[in-house]
Design a protein around this ligand. Structure first.
Ligand SMILES: [Zn+2]
Length: 138
């Protein structure tokens, strides 16, 4: 279930465009199946190096800077957002124990800064793969 995450926020689209312009190719909402877990769909996934990217909306995921609660039904929202944050943590843990590297960003971060971080990590993982492959060759 995608829950109440709004699809394709402006920030996420800008990040995608930025990564694409840098020649990085990723899957959007790629389903990851892990034992004992419902499908997890990272916002972006680089499947070969198993790098999962989430861009969390400030409201839905409880950003401390911008995650203010509506006055109306405050308790309801508090619970809902705290459940979302809890689910985020469980999904991150599950992916990590499945061998994925997980990076989570806030929607308030600048797309360039996010793309820089993702690109660095992606390059690091790829070079690690290359070295591992070289080492296991006969
Ligand atoms: Zn925020």
């Amino acid at each position: 279930m995608r829950g109440n995450r709004r699809r394709d926020t402006q920030t996420e689209l800008r990040i995608r465009r930025e990564l694409h312009a840098r020649g990085l190719r990723y899957r959007v909402d790629h389903p990851v199946r892990l034992p004992g877990f419902r499908l997890i769909r990272p916002d972006l996934a680089f499947t070969r190096p198993r790098l999962a990217i989430f861009v969390d909306g400030c409201f839905w995921h409880g950003c401390l800077d911008h995650g203010g609660l509506p006055q109306r039904n405050a308790e309801y929202w508090r619970m809902k957002i705290s459940n979302n944050a809890e689910r985020d943590r469980r999904q991150t843990d599950a992916l990590r124990s499945g061998g994925w590297i997980v990076m989570r960003f806030w929607e308030h971060e600048t797309p360039q800064a996010v793309a820089d971080a993702v690109q660095n990590e992606y390059s690091r993982l790829l070079s690690r793969d290359v070295w591992q492959a070289a080492r296991t060759e006969p």
